[in-house]
Design a protein around this ligand. Structure first.
Ligand SMILES: C[C@H](O)[C@H](O)[C@H]1CNC2=NC(N)=NC(=O)C2=N1
Length: 130
């Protein structure tokens, strides 16, 4: 299907999807696909080489940071797609996503990012940068 005929992804359409097993040669996202998908996760940035995406969170305290980390861990297990989680300075968390099996970004990374945003936005989350 030519790019112009493809429905434009929205935050809602991305959230409705689930990560797919990435072993069997899933393609990396093309530049055009990434350009269409990134507006659905505006709080994430792409690395210069286009190999991964990242979002930083600042929490009020350690317990709130670890709380979201644990929720992300459970989400990653449900979706069978896993982020790198960095907890630094006791209340700052950086989440990085890439698809290791293919050495670059896949749609799975954007889907997981959108679901992480949804978790962080849900009531009871103490992220202070919302
Ligand atoms: C079977 C399952 O899809 C794979 O083992 C998954 C597990 N989680 C993963 N997570 C990420 N980020 N990249 C992978 O390549 C990956 N592989």
């Amino acid at each position: 299907m030519p790019d112009d005929d493809r429905p434009k992804p929205t935050p809602k359409s991305v959230l409705q999807k689930h990560c797919q097993p990435c072993e069997g040669g899933m393609p990396t996202l093309t530049g055009d696909e990434l350009d269409a998908l990134m507006p659905t996760i505006p709080r994430w940035s792409v690395s210069n080489d286009g190999g991964w995406i990242r979002r930083k969170f600042n929490f009020r305290n350690f317990v709130e940071a670890v709380g979201l980390m644990n929720e992300i861990a459970a989400l990653a297990e449900r979706e069978q797609h896993h982020p790198d989680l960095h907890l630094t300075g006791y209340r700052h968390m950086t989440v990085e996503l890439t698809t290791h099996a293919i050495g670059g970004l896949s749609e799975n990374d954007v889907i997981l990012a959108a679901k992480i945003d949804q978790l962080a936005d849900s009531p009871g989350q103490g992220s202070s940068d919302r």
